[in-house]
Each structure stands twice: as structure tokens, then as C-alpha cells.
Design a protein around this ligand. Sequence first.
Ligand code: ADP
Length: 452
Amino acid sequence: MFKKVLIANRGEIALRVIRACKELGVETVAVYSEADRESLHVRFADDDVCIGRAPSRDSYLNIPRLIAAAEITGADAIHPGYGFLAENPEFAEKVSASNITFIGPTPDQIRQMGDKAAARKLAKAQGVSTVPGSPGPVESLEEGQKVAEDIGFPVIIKAAAGGGGKGMRVANDADQFAQSFTLAKQEALAAFNSDEVYIEKYLARPRHIEIQIMGDTYGKVMHLCERDCSVQRRHQKLVEEAPSPAVDQTLREDIGDAAVKLAESIGYVGAGTIEFLLDADGAFYFMEMNTRIQVEHPVTEMCTNFDLVKEQIVVAAGAPLSFVMNGNRLRGHAIECRVNAEDPSRNFQPAPGLITAYHPPGGPGVRVDTHIYAGYTVPPYYDSLLAKVIVHGNTRTEALARMRQALDSFIIEGVTTTIPFLGRVMRHPDFVAGKVDTKFLEREPQLLKDQT
Ligand code: ADP
């Protein structure tokens, strides 16, 4: 086992990794930017190093400083969390070259899946269905137009290096295509330093279904069932649940097998998520793979009783998977709501600032993963996630009731949050009935309006 793990991240995920390390008896190192001096991850880690100024490129994205921090503190492993450098193959490579273990897949595996156009090809080669679209990257506008005409509008143009809902543009018809194609390429270049794009058919009302997988260094890969992340805004997740109300045991096994096959084909090591779109007729299509722990991992933990972050660390240290999952292991139902410092009525504009009062919900089956406290100032430099409220119930109905009461009793004062909006989603008849798809919020704009 490792002696000391450096966490190359901040916020709730840094705390989450520290907790896992403490349970394993492993020491921790927090890194922080000048804006995060007062952060809880700094307080709870055994050691801490300031790695630079507030903007991420000067701190959390600065590879030499992170590696220097690990060397100075004697850390023998680095956990990247999610976001920042978690899916950066050069980072994983440089960590290993410094004789430090990267807690995650190999640089090659990150590379293979990080290029979404290449990952699609790989899935196809394994017999896993993909959304109809271009066989690979699309070079020119003319080629793109031809692909779009062939598969039929609407289509979605996506950055091959994309992530976080960026670099994606929908084109509803041939007239719109040229503009969307150009915009997608520009956005991709600005956000990911590569203007490579590919094209998919834009499905009308899909659900976002993803499979949690875990692999060890002995070639064993297993899946831990699905999460349903269909409640989205601009292709970004807001609410997640497990199991999916739209997936029965047969479909679960089919999607799970497809995910395992794909991960096995590259000898995948560590935690990963394979994302699919599920059509109303039960057909599912591979979309992409995320080669890291995800924000929404707790819903899987609540339904399986396995600690995914501890497992990441154990597997990276060279141990075999410590548990065997079979499809029937799910117990009860879990829902996660992402509480952000944002104003839904103002287009989800970020609302950083001082938190003047804080009281989290509690009681049976309620978990809050957060880094905030009364007196904490939410800095404007990073993403606006304040807390994740995760509930578990014996049934979906119980989980829903639990989430409503948890949100209603969650006090965060001083900054505008998405709590009231999430409460409305939890009461919407379509969500209650489990009948939502990724276009749900587009159809229900009144949910975004402040009703107090
Ligand atoms: P990112 O890597 O930026 O998260 P994804 O490829 O995972 O992007 O897609 C994010 C979301 O965009 C999906 O969950 C879905 O809502 C929407 N989306 C992506 N591709 C399609 C498609 N072909 N048809 C319909 N919706 C799509």
C-alpha cells in the first residue's frame, strides 16, 4: 500500500479522497492555490503545499508544481480526482516518470478513450453499437455536409477532444450546418487546443445511461450497474440516480456486458465510466468513456455499498479487485442532486461569495459531500459545485421523499444556490414518474424560474 497520497485537486472530491486514504491508513498531501488557503482539504490533509496563484493554469493545472509538491512531501502516489488533470495523459506519464504512481488508468488507456472519435471506432470494432455518424473525424465542411445528409438531420457536431458539454453544436438542417460546424470547430480549438470534430445523429429524446466499471492490473474488469443522468442543462448533468427507472435486469446485463467488453479490450485499470444514450425503443449506443472517478459516483456507492475511491487506491497499489459485483447486488435506490452556487433564473449564472450560514440535512440515508462551511468564501475561479446531496431509500419513492426533505432543510445563506430549483425538479410529475430524457429541462423552462 502507498505511504502517502497527494491529491491533485480541490473542493469536495479532495475531501472525498482524503477520507478514503484515512480509512486505508494512508497519509495525505493537499495542494492548494492562493484562493484556497482556507479550504477544508488543506485542514484535513496530513501535509499541504501551496502550488500557485488562483487561476487553475497557475496551480491545479501546473504539472511541474504538482510533481514537485509530491517529491518534496515524499508522496508515492497521486490521485487526480475529476476535472483538472484527471484525463490528461501527459500528466499521468510525467507522474509515472517521476516514480510516483498515478491512481488511474495508464496514459495509453487515457489516450485511447480521450479521443472520442477514436473511442467510437474502438467500440464499433468490439461490436458495441454507436450512434449513427461519421466513421472518424470530419476534416472539411463539404465532407461534414455529406455525412449529415447521409445520416439525416438533426445532427450533433462534437469535439473529438471534448468534455464537460463543451464543443458540441446541434444542426437542425442543411442551412444551419455550415454555421454549427464552424462554431463547433472554433469552440473545440479554444477549449481543447484541437479543432478535430466528428458528427453523430442527434437523437430526439434519449436518456443518458452510464455504466460504472472497475478494472484491476490482473485483467479483471467488472461493472457496477448503471446510473441515469438524464436531467441535464446544456448537456451537463444536474441530477443522477441509480438504478435507472428505464432499465430492467435484461437491459442492465446487456449494457453492462457491452461496457465490460469495451474496457477489457484495452485492459482497463481503475475506475471508469462508459456513457451511452438509450433510445425510447430500448436501443443503446456508446457515446464516450470517462477514464476517472465521476462526480456522480456516490449513487453507485449507496446502492452497492462499495467504496469506489478506496477501490481505486487499492487497485492502483497492485491489489486485485477486492469485491465481486454481480448484476443483482443493487439494493434500494439512490439519487444525487448537485447543489451549485448558481442562479437558475439567470441562465445559471455563477454566484460566488461568502457563505454566511450553513446547515446540512441529515437523517437516515442522507449523505452530503461538500467542502463548504459557514464563513467560507466560494471563489470565482473554479466550478460552482457547492455540495452533492445523495439520498438512499429502499424504493425510488422513499428516495424521492428523502431528497425532498433533505433539500428543504438544507440551509446555505449568502450565495444563490440551485437548491430551490432542485426541489422543484424532485416534485415534477415527469421526474416523479421516472419519465425524463435529456431534453426534459428544455421542455420545462418554468422549473428554472424562482417561485418564492
Ligand atoms: P461531454 O464529453 O462533453 O460530456 P458527451 O458526448 O458525453 O459530451 O455528451 C453529453 C450530453 O450531450 C449527453 O448526455 C446528451 O445529453 C447529449 N448528447 C450527446 N450526443 C448526443 C446525440 N447524438 N444525440 C442526442 N443527445 C446527445
